[in-house]
Design a protein. Structure first.
Length: 314
């Protein structure tokens, strides 16, 4: 079956995949009443779960060494992600095998796809009625892991941070030689306080889809002053680093019957349909034409054991 790359947390070079999407040009059950920003440490009881495959030991070591050394204040533990060989044991009642491009095409830019001179799928077909796509290798396992984490988060007393083992905090202005994890902690602290004040369900720590939440269909409140720390999201991509509150996890579990899109698309669509209240956390240097931003990014590691195992199998 044919497959396509969706928008990711960071723009990537053009793929040889025939279904690659072109990146757009730059362009300018809630529980309780809303609370004021907490005066204390919003990170004090924050738990973090790091999504990681048992085979990706190099990634685990990199992440653990970095965070133990630079951010000992963050309480984190690893959370198992099924590798590609174990994906078939994921029940279809939990994670579908295919997904339709129609929803994502409202925001992603699709193109006509050819095999030589033969048109396989037109841009219009991606939009309506949509093209059925198989999940890419690794996506069903990742979706299963997020789903299991949401179940756990739904039972927690407070928010939970979800990060992938390839996550990397952004600690300073671009080009700065004085990177400090204290910058990361301070920005995360502000973001958490703003998210609590707004009774957020999800706070994206790394995202793509423009600083202003990729607003295309929803209408913002007139005269509303924009925050310099967080922005309401309509449809942004990014499941590599986010904070989720119990009420947000409960909403996602209610909708995921089954989880019928890749995780980033699924989160984005629930937000777009206003069933999930999601916000993006801004880095200080993010601007209004920022395509991807936040305080965490993904590093692409090609030398871990999982990658070596794939190469050895070829």
């Amino acid at each position: 079956k044919h497959r396509n790359h969706r928008h990711r947390r960071r723009p990537r070079a053009a793929s040889s995949d025939r279904f690659a999407i072109a990146m757009p040009p730059k362009a300018a059950t809630v529980r309780g009443a809303r609370s004021r920003s907490p005066k204390g440490d919003a990170l004090k009881n924050l738990k973090a779960f790091v999504l990681s495959s048992e085979r990706a030991r190099d990634r685990r070591t990199r992440f653990e060494d970095m965070m133990r050394r630079e951010a000992p204040w963050l309480d984190f533990k690893f959370f198992a992600v099924p590798d590609e060989s174990a994906e078939e044991v994921v029940p279809e009642s939990e994670v579908a095998h295919c997904w339709n491009t129609k929803n994502n095409a409202l925001y992603g830019i699709y193109q006509d796809v050819f095999d030589g001179k033969k048109l396989l799928h037109s841009k219009a077909e991606f939009e309506e009625p949509g093209v059925e796509q198989s999940f890419l290798p690794g996506e069903r396992g990742a979706a299963s892991a997020h789903l299991r984490l949401w179940r756990q988060a739904a039972e927690e007393e407070g928010p939970v941070m979800v990060v992938e083992d390839s996550a990397q905090p952004l600690c300073a202005q671009p080009g700065s030689s004085t990177a400090s994890f204290e910058d990361f902690r301070a920005r995360l602290q502000l973001g958490m306080q703003e998210a609590v004040r707004r009774s957020a369900d999800v706070l994206y720590l790394g995202w793509s889809g423009y600083r202003d939440g990729c607003y295309r269909f929803h209408k913002g409140k007139r005269g509303q002053k924009k925050s310099a720390v967080v922005r309401k999201a309509e449809y942004v991509w990014g499941n590599g680093a986010y904070v989720i509150w119990p009420r947000g996890a409960q909403k996602l579990l209610k909708a995921a019957k089954p989880l019928n899109q890749p995780v980033d698309n699924f989160l984005a669509w629930e937000c777009r349909e206003e069933r999930l209240d999601a916000w993006v956390l801004l880095a200080e240097h993010d601007t209004d034409d920022t395509w991807c931003g936040g305080i965490m990014t993904q590093v692409h590691l090609h030398d871990d054991e999982a990658a070596r195992a794939v190469q050895a199998a070829k």
